[in-house]
Write a protein that binds this ligand. Sequence first.
Ligand SMILES: Cc1ncc(COP(=O)(O)O)c(C=O)c1O
Length: 425
Amino acid sequence: MLRGGVLNGLSRASGQRHRRLMSVWKDVPKGPEDAILGVTIAYNKDENPKKINLGVGAYRDDNGKPFVLSSVRAAEARIQSEKRPMEYLPVIGDKEFLSNSLKLAFTEDNEFLKNDLIASIQALSGTGACRLGAEFISRFHKSSTGMPLVLMPSPTWANHPGIFRDGGCEVGKYRYYDPDSCGFDLEGCVEDLKSAPVGSVVLLHACAHNPTGVDPTMDQWEVLSETIKRAGLLPFFDMAYQGFTSGSLDIDAGAVRKFVEDGHRVMLAQSFSKNFGLYGHRLGTLSMLTDSDKEKMAIESQLKILARTIWSNPPIQGSRIVNEVFKDNSFYNSWTEEMSRMANRIIDMRKQLSDKLVELKNPRDWSHITRQKGMFCYSGLSPAQVEAMKEQFSVYLISSGRISMAGVTSANVEHLATAMDAVTK
Ligand SMILES: Cc1ncc(COP(=O)(O)O)c(C=O)c1O
């Protein structure tokens, strides 16, 4: 029954008309809130001036403020001054942007790129690229079980299972995180991949694994590459943090490039949210290595059919910004410098946090804080400890103990270390 609110002030007759129409949705259950949203809501209500929000999934500067790169601002201003038209982009996206995106991931010298054998499409950021990839897999890549099957690390980005399931794939897991070492469970991972059905897709985080911050070393990637090849699996890389992890575009793309060298026909989802700070512009690419021009054309034709019914044409502004940055050397240099500054601020915060815990003589081994990479630190704090941090110190994070290092600053790191020390002693 509808009460007050919407119906207030309406005549009885029109009220009745509304009441009948709106009951259509009475059986829709309310879905659960996103865990991170809940953290932010609780944080916003807290009046403690020392409160810290470690749930955020976007970069913050050392003053805790969102950050727009100056190269992006300059490129935006140039585009604005040119008063370009705002017509639709082609369904496939902006060709110049796609070329820039592929060069960034695979390098200009890549043989597939030089021979025009990489199928690609502009997508609504990393999320959209993963979703389009899932839709494609569900139609064209069945595993030996007869179903399209995507195996993902345990744990993985909270959105991955839903993206791939809603995209029509079956979803499975492989072992990844070892809670004892707060590191990578290579043995468990290899064992699970070896027993996976042939033709399964293996979802891999190219760098800065979310939520654990645990990345395989290059030696471990070598083992994974060999295992995946022997088991007849297809690697799907999700690269949401290229350049934002170590500060180097090349280091962060190391695993993807290695798999390409090793002969895998990788699928790749790229995001420009973090490394360009283009979060709201929703800019990304889905690409796939192919073996012939015919294959490439066929794949792109299918990707266009998929995109056409989801978003039709991708947004225009983000790709223009990236193209401007790539065209102008001074913009490009300023971009890589600022990107690396963002990465290094996070690396520095990891060090400061870990040093402070040592200073406080906390008995735990916190070396994983600096070993882990990227925006997230899987602290190893239990749900009860996370709750105590909130109740006693106004430090907010999700119950898995994942800390967004982007929320740590020179001004709050001491308070954070004090809270972590107190709840773990
Ligand atoms: C692992 C991973 N993949 C993909 C994304 C997608 O982000 P976006 O859709 O903003 O590119 C994220 C963002 O948090 C992520 O952590």
